[in-house]
Design a protein around this ligand. Structure first.
Ligand SMILES: [Zn+2]
Length: 561
């Protein structure tokens, strides 16, 4: 038997054509500083690509045999090449809309905020809505939410609705509240909160999480043309930064239809791993119709459901076990109920659908771990379409330390955003107190247990730039190099792990670890070329590093001039 198999092996080797000039590459990269994220050969000089696949990884000398008359050779002159970077949590259309709408990022005080909004209000037609996003009061003096009274001064007539950077809160003026019929008598909707004046009970203008819907159901719907434009803008911005895939959590089949159309037109290049919102109609459709896998040349996957279990820390909507340290009357709130979630979770296991749930607070994280555990034991492996369903918890931000090992035990994947930690370090200690920071943004505690941690930015909540994320993961300091007391520097990750967070780990969590995520023969030719060696340069220089080329499926989709 042994002899036969050895003979068979020899025969197979003899029959396999040896690669050479007969099978030339379409693209040949030489003189590179290539980090492959493949432990069997972590570093290389050259990569050969044929059509959309990698056919060779190795030395300059060995790469020569892939040179043919039509091969385009790219001399990298020592530039650093990484496996095509992936952002595991990126609201793709939101990124495009940020480019189109009133962008309130980076404003450092209330006066500038009001001035910028007023400039837009002054251009608006009578009655026209003024909407925008991106403000964050953390650095304002004092760091308090704007109110409807502030906005009424600059816009007494036009309705104004301005979303905080995290998307979990918004401020509306009186005209907008009137249209939404939000009054003293309006009850807080489930999973949301209307902030009120402590004495009068009147709404002050801030609406948290589900309470935003009271007003947003009246704001003008996005037109199809606007959506297309947002997608095209997001595509351009993302590939210029070096992203080759984004995992887009939430939204609807309407988004998917737009993606399909634009892939068909060739106007959308980046790969998208889409999760539709659930529980509800969108999730029901995915469970009924089944997933879409590796469509449009492996560019589009729709095989996951996004659930939102609580709010955010900044707006104090994150659900905590104990009250907020700086708001003793509030513990945040859950946004989903067991009776709505559990049937969907069970069906998702039976049908091989991934579930990814937003959970920020320690109470929300435990609730979701409990829900996942209950569903996993109710539907044993033999009844699941996919034995290891790779369910994820998005953010996994504040965890009671006793819950951290449960991720490893249950096979739950914490999908985390390094930039949240370096933005939140300015207010999380006052929201949570020193003690609760122990299990907060605990990347390394997960990694040490063998848990994979796909990295993302949560753009447009954050900038959505790979170099900011990589820096945040390895430095755990803000972009000026500051880190506060009790910010657990031991939770920062090694550069090798940070590379995995944006390459092979997001590939794994998208069931694509055999298809992409590392530079290996047979995988899709997705590459990100950088201006500097982020595996070696001083921390602060990572932030100055630029993407110089992006390759998706063997196509150069961006090249810096
Ligand atoms: Zn998000």
């Amino acid at each position: 038997m042994k002899v036969v198999s050895i003979l068979l092996g020899v025969l197979l080797i003899a029959l396999t054509p040896s690669p050479g000039p007969a099978d030339p590459a379409t693209l040949l990269f030489i003189n590179g500083n290539i980090y492959t994220a493949n432990p069997k050969g972590p570093h290389a000089q050259a990569v050969a690509v044929k059509d959309d696949r990698i056919v060779f990884v190795g030395s300059n000398a060995d790469a020569k045999k892939f040179l043919g008359p039509n091969t385009r050779t790219i001399d990298l002159h020592g530039s650093t090449v990484l496996p095509g970077l992936t952002d595991a949590h990126y609201h793709f259309i939101g990124v495009g809309q940020r480019e189109m709408n009133l962008n309130l990022e980076g404003i450092t005080n209330l006066e500038d905020f009001l001035a910028k909004v007023k400039a837009r209000v002054d251009q608006a037609k009578p009655g026209e809505w003024v909407t925008g996003r991106g403000w964050i009061e953390t650095f304002w003096k004092p760091p308090v939410f704007p109110t409807r009274t502030d906005l009424d001064k600059i816009s007494p007539n036009n309705p104004v609705f301005l979303t905080r950077a995290d998307g979990h809160g918004a401020v509306a003026n009186s005209a907008a509240l009137k249209i939404g019929n939000v009054t003293k008598e309006t009850k807080d909707p489930f999973g949301g909160q209307i902030l009120r004046d402590k004495e009068t009970g009147e709404p002050v203008g801030m609406l948290l999480d589900n309470a935003q819907g009271l007003v947003t159901r009246h704001t003008p719907a996005r037109s199809d043309a606007d959506t297309d434009q947002a997608i095209v803008l997001a595509n351009k911005r993302s590939i210029e930064l070096g992203w080759t895939q984004v995992q887009d959590p939430g939204g609807s089949y309407d988004d998917v239809e737009h993606y399909k159309k634009l892939y068909g037109d060739g106007r959308l290049k980046i790969r998208i791993y889409k999760a539709v919102h659930g529980p509800g109609q969108q999730a029901q459709r995915l469970l009924r119709d089944g997933p879409l896998i590796e469509a449009y040349g492996n560019r589009l996957n729709v095989r996951a459901i996004k659930v939102v279990s609580d709010g955010a820390l900044g707006s104090r909507g994150a659900a905590l076990h104990a009250p907020y340290s700086d708001a003793p009357d509030s513990k945040g709130f859950l946004r989903v109920k067991d009776e709505d979630l559990m049937p969907m979770l069970k069906e998702a296991l039976q049908k091989g659908i991934q579930v990814e749930t937003h959970a920020i607070g320690d109470y929300a994280n435990r609730f979701i771990l409990d829900e996942y555990e209950k569903a996993l034991s109710a539907v044993p492996k033999s009844e699941r379409k996919i034995g290891e369903p790779r369910w994820r918890i998005e953010h996994s931000q504040i965890i009671n330390p006793t819950d951290i090992p449960r991720f490893a035990k249950l096979g739950i994947i914490p999908s985390m955003q390094p930039s949240h930690a370096i933005g939140d370090l300015h207010f999380a200690p006052s929201r949570l107190g020193i003690e609760r920071l122990k299990g907060a943004y605990a990347w390394n505690s997960f990694i040490k247990l063998g848990v994979i941690v796909p990295g993302g930015s949560d753009a447009p909540v954050e900038r959505g730039e790979p170099m900011i994320e990589f820096y945040a993961a390895v430095a755990r300091k803000d972009i000026r190099g500051f880190s506060g007391e009790g910010w657990h520097p031991e939770e920062k990750v090694s550069r090798e792990d940070a590379l995995k967070m944006f390459t092979i780990w997001p590939a794994y969590v998208a069931f694509e670890e055999n298809l992409r995520g590392s530079i290996e023969v047979g995988k899709l030719a997705d590459l990100t070329v950088l201006s500097a060696d982020i595996m070696k340069i001083p921390e602060m220089d990572i932030l100055k590093t630029k993407c110089v080329m992006t390759v998706i499926g063997g196509e150069i989709v961006f090249e810096a001039r």
